[in-house]
Design a protein around this ligand. Structure first.
Ligand code: HEC
Length: 500
């Protein structure tokens, strides 16, 4: 009797193993692996269908905590993937860029279980305010709100991020409220870096007595992070030009609205003469809409060690700015996952070397990248090199420093095709066919599309790309490498998908 039982158990266990193994094998086969420089990483979805995830950080017990602009503070159980909502804000004011934004957990939560959030609220029908509030974490909930800062919400440029300094002070980055004059006005909390004690009082060693202002002259900062050395970095949205990443110095003036980016016009030079001005670490024109910032300290992904990771919205990618040893210079910029996941709002580098980033494809200003399961939190994790032989490997890194503007088609081609068919389209004799004046590329549209959708032998299937991206990349290939053949539309792609 006993033996029979054990035999049955073994059989059931066997069936269980069969199905679970099969399942993971299949997943690994399907999910593309990305190559950074020399490190292979997987990009896994840890949360989907979110309402504009705005901040990612970690809580106690290695959990990932995140905010949604809709007013929720959530955490993800790393093991089960289960999401638990810790707080839903009442009276939230959400409009375009207003809502629940930045969040930081205290680095020593076991003794100081504090969580700080930045959001906008409806005080009455007419009055909207922005706030930074401290909550106390008690088993799976946030309680005892203490308002540290309340200031006018104005009408735009809400910022906002929060960080805890190595000396335990609370640092807040605020937007100018779309009221230019705020940023240079030391009596206004808008357009500033502010510094508080965690009980909400003003530290006695701030640059101006009884004033929370630590630095000023900012427009709409959406990135704020300390390196382990204690350097404070921030990102700031420029106007039509000059998005910036800055090193924030005590008492520094970052120039807005008098100076955008570097001091490079006569008017800016005049203003700079009698101001203490801190130049940006890096500035971008055309603009990239920079958002979250993370400092990568781990050795897990060697090419990112001592690098700032910057989430970009308009840039539709994760930028990497490798720093010099002192952390004071970042001359080169690399773009990762360009136009692969769409707009990126938040990035978090966890101490174990795993990186998390949040898409922002369903925010107030989407640009056509939204996937059915957006918005998502994606986990970038190193994988063993051997896995690369069994998977489709995509190059995650493109371009660098250059100001050259590349077309969407070229970017997609570089991301998805150039690893085999080579940037010049000539392929590799005997292995990867040349696309120059290729019969398939110049031939019947439907056949060309079918090949890309279904793949053939060593040629992978690209059915995971959406219709728009496929139309763009195939049109690019035709235009660039063929002497004849019409442009391919989204509908052409859709027709072939349906026909299949
Ligand atoms: C992993 C390598 C690889 C990648 C990436 C790849 N291809 Fe290919 N491609 C191949 C191979 C191998 C063939 C030949 C297949 C066969 O006929 O057996 C091929 C064939 C083709 C052909 C048909 C050429 C002919 O003469 O038969 C076209 C067109 C093509 N690829 C376009 C693309 C485009 C566009 C992309 C990007 C969206 C792409 N390929 C990405 C490996 C690749």
């Amino acid at each position: 009797m006993k033996k029979k039982c054990i035999a049955w158990l073994l059989i059931i266990y066997g069936i269980f193993l069969f199905f679970t193994c099969k399942h993971t094998d299949k997943q690994e086969e399907e999910a593309p692996i990305f190559l950074l420089d020399s490190t292979y990483v997987s990009v896994n979805i840890v949360a989907s269908h979110l309402d504009v995830p705005w901040e990612i950080t970690s809580g106690p017990d290695d959990e990932i905590w995140f905010t949604e602009q809709s007013g929720k503070v959530n955490k993800i159980d790393a093991k089960s993937g289960h999401i638990k909502t810790l707080l839903t804000l009442p009276n939230l004011y959400r409009e375009r860029t207003a809502g629940l934004l930045g969040m930081v957990t205290h680095p020593n939560m076991s003794e100081t279980p504090y969580v700080f959030i930045a959001y906008s609220a409806r005080k009455s029908d007419q009055v909207h305010v922005s706030r930074v509030v401290r909550y106390t974490y008690e088993t799976d909930t946030l309680v005892h709100p203490l308002t540290i800062l309340e200031y006018p919400a104005w009408k735009g440029h809400f910022g906002a991020r929060v960080a805890i300094a190595p000396d335990g002070k609370l640092i807040i980055a605020t937007g100018d409220g779309a009221q230019n004059e705020n940023a240079q006005n030391l009596a206004s909390p808008n357009g500033k870096i502010l510094r508080f004690n965690i009980d909400g009082s003003i530290p006695s060693d701030n640059p101006f007595p009884n004033n929370a202002v630590w630095a000023w002259g900012l427009r709409n900062p959406q990135g704020l992070v300390f390196s382990p050395k204690g350097i404070l970095y921030n990102s700031d949205h420029g106007d039509a030009t000059d998005d910036e990443v800055n090193i924030i110095q005590r008492g520094g003036n970052y120039g807005w609205p008098k100076i955008a980016g570097y001091v490079d016009s006569q008017e800016e030079r005049l203003f700079a003469q009698d101001s203490i001005l801190a130049p940006p670490l890096h500035a971008w024109t055309p603009t990239i809409a920079p958002a979250g910032l993370a400092y990568y300290a781990s050795a897990e992904i060697p090419e990112w060690k001592n690098t700032l990771l910057l989430a970009t919205l308009k840039g539709n990618s994760l930028y990497a700015l490798p720093l010099n040893k002192e952390g004071t210079k970042a001359d080169t910029v690399y773009h990762f996952f360009e136009r692969t996941f769409g707009r990126i709002r938040a990035v978090y580098a966890s101490p174990d070397g795993t990186v998390y980033m949040a898409t922002s494809n369903r925010d107030w200003n989407p640009n056509g990248f939204a996937e059915e399961n957006d918005d998502r939190i994606l986990q970038i994790k190193k994988v063993d090199k051997s896995i690369s032989t069994a998977n489709l490997v995509l190059k995650a890194k493109i371009a660098s420093n250059t100001k050259e503007m590349r077309s969407e088609g070229e970017i997609l081609y570089t991301n998805y095709c150039a690893s085999c068919h080579k940037p010049n389209g000539r392929g590799l004799t005997g292995t990867y066919p040349s696309l120059l004046h290729n019969k398939v590329v110049e031939g019947e549209t439907a056949e060309f599309i079918r090949l890309i959708l279904h793949g053939k032998n060593e040629m992978p299937s690209f059915s995971f790309l959406n219709d728009k991206d496929l139309a763009i990349v195939l049109s690019y290939v035709r235009k660039k490498f063929a002497s004849k053949g019409k442009q391919i539309s989204k509908d052409d792609i859709k027709k072939e998908r349906v026909n299949h």
